[in-house]
Structure formats: structure tokens, C-alpha cells
Design a protein. Structure first.
Length: 67
């Protein structure tokens, strides 16, 4: 598990594709990321969260948290 700005992500290994695939767990929207190694996966997770928050702000929408 990874955490960033109060968000948590799960990460799985896709052996066939040779990548790590992650998903942000704490929100109702689907936010995913992928990378070739752990360090890059954490970086891509941070980018995904930041882009999601900016997207919500631009639309004037609140983040929909899972209960």
C-alpha cells in the first residue's frame, strides 16, 4: 500500500505486461496509474492524486470519498 495526501493506493504486479498497476482506493472515482518499478509507481501515484484534485477543483466538484 502507498499513501499520499491522505489517499491510499493498492499496487499489483502484471507479470505479462512487466508493470506495476495501481489504483487509488479512498475515492468513488476511478484513478489508476502504472509504472515499471516501485519508485516510479509511487511517483505516478502522487501525480495521479495531484491531477485528480486539480480536475475536481477545475470542475468545482468535491472529492467523492468512499465511506
Amino acid at each position: 500500500m502507498m499513501t499520499y495526501k491522505g489517499y491510499t493506493a493498492s499496487v499489483e504486479v502484471d507479470l505479462e505486461a512487466g508493470i506495476l498497476f495501481g489504483r487509488v482506493l479512498d475515492i468513488k472515482d476511478v484513478v489508476t496509474f502504472k509504472a515499471k518499478n516501485i519508485d516510479k509507481a509511487y511517483e505516478e501515484f502522487q501525480i495521479s492524486v495531484d491531477e485528480y484534485l486539480a480536475f475536481c477543483k477545475d470542475l468545482g466538484e468535491k472529492v467523492l470519498w468512499k465511506l
